[in-house]
Ligand binder design. Structure first.
Ligand code: SAH
Length: 289
């Protein structure tokens, strides 16, 4: 028996999903963010949505029950169902069950540091022109949300993270959601002190003073490579842009992503009243020879 709180509660997610790689994964079950098709299997992580659209993440276990405000769902009713099915809970109410998306996972996975939001993760993949087989240095790694987004499209990631607890959390999140087939190495170190890698395709930075990395980045990136920095305040952006002016980087650009969802009902189609109004600014530049 396990207690269910809506997806908004991190504690419930942490409690319902063992994080160790392969923890209770059934034989042949693929990690949640690796494309799977066919019926939902024991060991898979699924998203359960109740009639009030409250969302829960759970790992399917034979014989287990999931308790929610809208009633109890037997895992055995979900195991064997198709992705996108409806199952009926103990109170007769209907739940939708589906495999989680990367956005679902990023917003609700256990985290140490603040994660980069899905709207910005999508923009980063394009702005840094990330693709399969590229060698990318990421610093700091935090909870590994950006790592997940890059690894899932086939990027080879080396991460520098100054805090050992965050490094461990990121490794655990990646192992839990993508398995061990991805190319991911996190080193516990300060990127302001230097970068050992050479000939990198991209460097992506999510830390307070990216201008302190530019000198090291000039030696570590290949010519034409792209540096991207995510920064929460415009003061930090100004410092970075000033430092870029005095560097071998060119084509500097800064932008932000505004994502406004809409309320859509027959008689009322309008923007939602609330939105995430600010997250961070993205700055990119290319290394010139
Ligand atoms: N992008 C991450 C979140 C990163 S939060 C995600 O999406 O999950 C910023 C991280 O930078 C923190 O974990 C912090 O410990 C790390 N950090 C700060 N300064 C650093 C430095 N000089 N070298 C390496 N990591 C650093």
């Amino acid at each position: 028996m396990e207690a269910g709180a809506p997806l908004g509660s991190e504690a419930s997610v942490a409690a319902s999903i063992p994080q160790a790689a392969g923890s209770s994964r059934g034989k042949g079950v693929r990690p949640a963010l690796v494309t799977s098709s066919g019926p939902l299997a024991a060991g898979e992580k699924v998203l359960l949505v109740d009639p009030k659209r409250r969302r829960y993440l759970l790992e399917l276990r034979v014989g287990a029950q999931f308790h929610t405000h809208a009633g109890i769902v037997a895992h055995d009713d979900v195991i064997g169902a198709e992705d996108g099915s409806t199952v009926v809970g103990s109170t007769g109410r209907r739940f939708m069950v589906t495999r989680p998306t990367l956005s679902d996972v990023v917003l609700k996975m256990p985290r140490g540091a603040q994660v980069i939001y899905p709207k910005d993760l999508g923009a980063i993949l394009m702005a840094a022109d990330l693709g399969p087989g590229q060698r990318v240095l990421e610093a700091g790694v935090g909870s590994g949300a950006l790592s997940l987004a890059m690894l899932r499209i086939g990027v080879e990631v080396v991460g520098y993270e100054i805090r050992s607890d965050f490094a461990a959390r990121a490794r655990q999140n990646v192992a839990s959601w993508l398995g061990s087939e991805v190319s991911y190495r996190v080193e516990e170190r300060d990127v302001y002190e230097g970068i050992d890698e050479r000939g990198l395709d991209r460097i992506v930075l999510d830390l307070p003073e990216p201008h302190r990395v530019l000198g090291h980045a000039e030696g570590a990136l290949r010519s034409g490579g792209i540096l991207l920095a995510y920064l929460p305040t415009v003061n930090q952006v100004a410092s970075l842009r000033a430092a870029l002016e005095d560097s071998r980087f060119g084509f500097a650009e800064t932008f932000e992503v505004l994502h406004r969802t809409w309320h859509v009902e027959e008689r009322s189609v309008r923007p939602d009243h609330r939105m995430v109004a600010h997250t961070g600014f993205l700055t990119t530049a290319r290394l010139l020879s």
